[in-house]
Design a binder for this molecule. Structure first.
Ligand SMILES: Cc1cc2nc3c(=O)[nH]c(=O)nc-3n(C[C@H](O)[C@H](O)[C@H](O)COP(=O)(O)OP(=O)(O)OC[C@H]3O[C@@H](n4cnc5c(N)ncnc54)[C@H](O)[C@@H]3O)c2cc1C
Length: 552
């Protein structure tokens, strides 16, 4: 086994194998080192959605987009700020150019992708795409991975259903589309099993395809190989040190090292330091998201930024496992007949906003009034119609939900407030004010429902409004909502070539970073679905191209 490679990638995150494929295409030797026993990182767990402006799938469907439109949108949503160097204009421009080129490259490597027919950009701003700019993996048969199959990190959706199909499934009792989708997914499950396939979806399918392509291309991948240190010689990063079987091993990287080792959402010390008020217990990131590579590069003089940024996502903690496993409730918050209130019972946010914005709103409000956790308050029509914390519609929920106080229920709003420790009069006022807005057809306080994204996230089958519905039919219900996350977004400052920069703006030769190890090109904004994985793949692609060119 050679311990000297042209290029070493630390972590098997989103951009890692994309970079590796570029380097292999240029004839370079590549080693991917993964700390855990499983390949794929949080990317494999995720939806696998990539936000790619002006992508080939939009073009082939005749959907309007252009680099100018995309940069106008990024300028409006992300913008220039002194404290977000990861989102510099040079990087935004590079992103708009390179992201669609990266997708073309993946397709040329045999990766099968598609776009989701409708996933609006999150913000009403110039250049917004309402059909959306998302690119995802086609379903992938992981049996093709052979012995590597058991070393791919499992995804969050154990069904052979595309994401857009999965979003229809909860409606199977209420719509013909839902019924058709259910029949299609059941049929696919049976046929694929009969044919000896193990179809996967979302992030697992994406990372499964990438792993498959990387193995075929001759990329060397080692698991259980956590990088402890970066090697620095004459001011240049020349390799890494790993610990394997309690022994240190040095590995040389002639053309460079790419850090794609995730963020620090699983590191309580770092979370407390940079994002106070949050907890690793509410994170859905993979176990390797512990931030040591950000600290290691910083030790060598790398600048860090945007460390307080994260992809927040509202979570519930249903009983069942210890410690409780967080469940994403973002879509739940946007459904009619519900509101989110703080611990006093006061409404304070646009519940149907993006998960990032909802998380930011909770943390911000908590600085003025206790709002962690907040409460999702619902009336009985909500329970009868919508999924709640991963459970199917209906009041029949696991017994422990009621017994252990996860799901509070009461005949009146006042009794519900008392059961949750809220002020009854405050909750009553919040609900009556919201009901008034619903009857008037407009949320005068927080503009819930004014955005294309809100209406998409809500209930398209609702007669009155996709997201506005009164809370008046008891019994009433409530669950606690926490400001969880699916990633941190701050890290190493990089330039438009993905080179890691020092505080003075100079590049550290030989060192690149991508994904959540780097300060995000999205700054403090969130333009649309896929704003983490799209950049992770893209900067991996950019870094690899730069390393190849620098060698010539
Ligand atoms: C349920 C869920 C759904 C999501 N959906 C989406 C989505 O659809 N689109 C989107 O953009 N974002 C989504 N996210 C967020 C997104 O998944 C992450 O932000 C993204 O995958 C992070 O990717 P990455 O490239 O930074 O690295 P990761 O995928 O996190 O991988 C980093 C890898 O590096 C390894 N590592 C860490 N330290 C070391 C070390 N010292 N040595 C070697 N290896 C190391 C880790 O073990 C890990 O395997 C979702 C997240 C979750 C949890």
């Amino acid at each position: 086994m050679s311990d000297s490679f042209d290029f070493v990638v630390v972590g098997s995150g989103g951009g890692s194998m994309c970079a590796a494929l570029v380097l292999r295409a240029a004839g370079k030797s590549v080693l991917v080192l993964e700390k855990t026993d499983l390949v794929g990182g949080t990317t494999a767990i995720s939806g696998g959605v990539m936000w790619i402006p002006n992508n080939r799938f939009m073009k082939s469907e005749g959907l309007q987009d252009s680099p100018e439109q995309a940069i106008a949108y990024m300028d409006a949503v992300v913008g220039d700020h002194d404290d977000t160097p990861g989102a510099s204009r040079a990087r935004r421009l590079a992103y708009v150019e390179e992201a669609p080129a990266m997708i073309d490259f993946l397709v040329s490597q045999g990766i099968q992708l598609r776009r989701i027919p409708s996933w609006p950009d999150y913000c009403n701003a110039p250049g917004q795409s309402v059909p959306g700019r998302t690119v995802v993996s086609q379903l992938f048969d992981i049996n093709q991975l052979g012995e590597w199959k058991s070393r791919l990190r499992p995804g969050f959706l154990p069904l052979p259903a595309n994401l857009d199909e999965a979003m229809e499934l909860p409606n199977f009792k209420r719509s013909w589309t839902g019924k058709k989708v259910l029949a299609r997914v059941i049929g696919r499950t049976i046929v694929s099993k009969l044919r000896g396939k193990h179809l996967t979806t979302a992030g697992q399918a994406l990372q499964g395809q990438m792993l498959h392509a990387a193995i075929r291309a001759g990329v060397e991948i080692r698991t259980g190989a956590g990088v402890k240190r970066l090697l620095l010689e004459g001011g240049r990063v020349t390799g890494v040190v790993i610990e394997k079987d309690s022994a240190e091993q040095h590995i040389t990287a002639r053309s460079g090292v790419l850090v794609n080792a995730g963020g620090f959402a699983r590191n309580q010390r770092m979370v407390e330091r940079y994002i106070p008020g949050t907890s690793t217990q509410w994170s859905l990131t993979g176990p390797g998201d512990t931030g040591e590579m950000i600290e290691e590069a910083a030790r060598l003089g790398a600048a860090t930024a945007q460390m307080d940024e994260r992809i927040g996502n509202p979570m519930a903690l249903p009983p069942g496992e210890t410690p409780a496993q967080p469940v994403v409730v973002h879509g739940d918050l946007a459904k009619p007949h519900s509101i989110v209130v703080d611990q006093a019972g006061a409404r304070y946010m646009r519940e149907s906003n993006s998960y990032v914005a909802v998380g930011q709103a909770m943390l911000k409000h908590n600085r003025q009034a206790p709002a962690i956790p907040s409460w999702l308050v619902m009336d009985s029509r909500y329970l009868d119609t919508y999924m709640l914390a991963g459970s199917m519609p209906g009041r029949k929920k696991p017994k422990t939900w009621y017994e252990e106080g996860f799901l509070k229920q009461a005949d009146t709003l006042e009794a519900l407030a008392a059961a949750c420790g809220m002020e009854p009069a405050t909750l009553r006022t919040s609900v009556e004010r919201f009901n008034g807005f619903v009857r008037g057809g407009h949320d005068g306080d927080f503009h819930r429902g004014d955005h294309a994204y809100d209406r998409w996230l809500g209930d398209p089958l609702s007669q009155q409004s996709p997201t506005l519905g009164t809370l008046e039919q008891g019994p009433f219900f409530a669950i606690r909502v926490y400001p969880g996350d699916v990633s941190t977004l701050g890290g190493l400052v990089t330039d438009e070539h993905a080179r890691v920069l020092r505080e003075d703006g100079s590049a550290i030769p030989g060192l690149y970073a991508t994904g959540t190890s780097a300060a995000s090109v999205m700054g403090r904004g969130c333009p649309g679905a896929g704003a983490s994985i799209g950049p992770s793949f893209t900067w991996g692609y950019v870094a690899a191209k730069h390393a190849v060119q620098a060698d010539q």
